[in-house]
Every structure is written in C-alpha cells, then in structure tokens.
Design a protein around this ligand. Structure first.
Ligand SMILES: [Zn+2]
Length: 317
C-alpha cells in the first residue's frame, strides 16, 4: 500500500488507526480573514480545535482527514499547532471549494486549467503554504448552481492532478440535486479510476435510488454530516437507514461516517450554529450514531471499517 501523507509525515495506510474522514479544524471566509485580521483569534481557534480533537481521542481516533481547501480558509499552521498539543495527525487536501459553488478567482479564470493543476501538484508534491507538509488528497465541489464553466474546470483539473500524482479525490456533492453522478462522470471521463473517488455528503438525502446509482459506479460515499439535519436534512434516523440499506446491498466497504464538523466556522454567527446544530461535534458519531447503527443490526466490524479500513482504502487507492 502507498504511504499516506500526514501532518506527522508519511504513514502506512494500515498504521493510521481509527480515522474520521471529514472534519474541519476551521472553516472561514478567506477574504474577510485576510482583510480584517482583527476579527480572528488564533488562540481561541486553536483551543476550540484542541477540545474537539481530545474528545475523539477518548474514542480511539488517531487520524482526521480535513478537506479544507481554497475558499474554506485552510491553514496548515493551525493543524500543526493542534498536532503539537494533542498528538493527533491530520491528512490534508488541496483543491477548490468554489465561491458560492459557482466560480473561480479571476486568477484561475483567466489562465488555462494547467494553472490549477500546477498549484494542486505543488501542494501534493512540495507542500502546503511553505510548511513542507504535503496534501494527500484532492477536493472539488458541485452543488445547487450545478456545473458552471468554472466548476467543470476545477473537476477536470483535479482529475488531471490525480492522474499525474496518484492522489485520491473527494467530491463535495448535493445529493438532492444528484450532482455526485455528474462529478463522477467528469472524473471518469478524464481517466480517473472510480476507486480513487469518494463522494461526500451522500447522506443528505432519503433517495436510496440516487445513492445506489452512485455506489454502482464504483466510488465510495461519505455519510458525513451527522448533526447538521436542520441545515441539510434528512434526519439522523434517515441517515442511519441509508447506511444500513447500503450495507445490506453489498456496499459495506465503501461507506464512511462523519460530521463535517468545523471546530470553528465564521460563516454564521456562533449562536445560529449553536441553535440549529446543538449536537454537531467531532464525537456525535461515537455518542449516538454507532450505538444506533449497532441497534439496527450493523456489526461492530462494519462500524470499525467505516471509521478505519474503508477510509484507508480510499486514501491508498
Ligand atoms: Zn466539509
């Protein structure tokens, strides 16, 4: 198996231990942060992240994948500070979230796709933000606005960077709009193998036919937004049923669990997040979801795989 690049250096996939596939130490409006740095309290952000990380170390988590990229305020120094204080290692990403899921910065709009590919390769092969820590996976995103010219450009650039480096890909999706299918179609058109692709946020729907169609393409899926039902639906019980249904249909090795939690996020006033997502955390999966899945007849081995081997297989694909 190939080595996985982490904030603690390269690690054998089999040595990553219990792994959360999709959580964020911080999500921020990059432009606001850059222009008004007085709004940012780095010590507080670090403390909030440390608290979340310690809460899952109590559940045996040894590795967290953080898919922060351009437009999400990715900050590798935050990861390094939190690693130093907790010993947690992080697997980091490169790619583009897309402003309003719609457009690229002018810098990339006026340049060929190779400009994106070169930046992605820099993060994967040289390191992130001058730190020497290498990204391990690529990220692209499609949502309600669909496949604008820029969104498609990002997808094709991500695919080309994956082909050049071997890096796996996470595709942010909106399953209510069925964007995952088109994302996968573009990535496969470019020559990416389906095993390298994980479609995130696939649990945000009650539409089994869509999830089944996606799984039949050969990709993995993230059921990764537990705790966010007032933002995205469809309810914790529906997410659990989707997991069980996918397992019963033979896809137990292509599911991953998470919360898409952001230890800090400036996209909403803090009281709004507290009101709409009171249980949202790095540890909701351990507090509630795992016991509920076991109750539904999911086995402990299957749970362990969704929080370990399945993630490692995608990272190592
Ligand atoms: Zn996320």
């Amino acid at each position: 198996m190939p080595l996985i690049q982490t904030t603690a250096g390269p690690v054998e996939a089999a040595e990553l231990g219990r792994t959360l596939v999709h959580e964020h130490l911080n999500t921020a409006a990059e432009g606001v942060r850059f222009q008004w740095p007085h709004l940012v309290d780095h010590d507080e952000e670090t403390a909030r992240a440390v608290a979340q990380v310690r809460s899952v170390q109590a559940h045996g988590v040894e590795t967290i994948c953080d898919p922060g990229v351009l437009d999400l305020g990715r900050d590798v120094q935050l990861h390094l500070r939190v690693q130093e204080q907790t010993g947690m290692r992080f697997v980091l990403a490169t790619g583009v979230y897309g402003q309003h899921y719609t457009f690229l910065p002018h810098y990339f709009q006026t340049r060929p796709p190779e400009a994106l590919v070169d930046c992605f390769r820099h993060d994967l092969e040289v390191g992130l933000q001058g730190s020497g820590v290498k990204a391990h996976f690529l990220k692209c995103a499609a949502d309600t606005p669909g496949f604008t010219e820029d969104v498609e450009k990002v997808h094709r650039a991500v695919a080309q960077a994956s082909l050049a480096t071997g890096a796996p890909i996470m595709a942010h999706s909106n399953p209510k709009e069925r964007t995952g299918l088109r994302s996968v179609e573009i990535l496969l058109e470019e020559g990416v193998a389906p095993g390298k692709v994980q479609v995130a946020h696939t649990g945000d729907t009650a539409d089994w036919d869509h999830v089944h169609e996606l799984l039949q393409t050969g990709v993995s899926v993230g059921i990764d937004r537990y705790g966010l039902d007032d933002f995205y639906g469809p309810g914790q019980a529906v997410r659990n049923d989707m997991v069980k249904r996918a397992i019963d249909a033979g896809f137990a090795d292509r599911l991953m669990l998470g919360q898409d939690h952001c230890a800090s996020i400036d996209w909403f006033p803090r009281e709004v997040v507290a009101q709409l997502a009171p249980k949202w955390s790095f540890h909701l999966v351990f507090d509630e979801v795992v016991p509920e899945l076991l109750e539904l007849g999911v086995t402990q081995d299957q749970v362990d795989a969704m929080l370990g081997a399945n993630v490692h297989a995608w990272l190592a694909a």
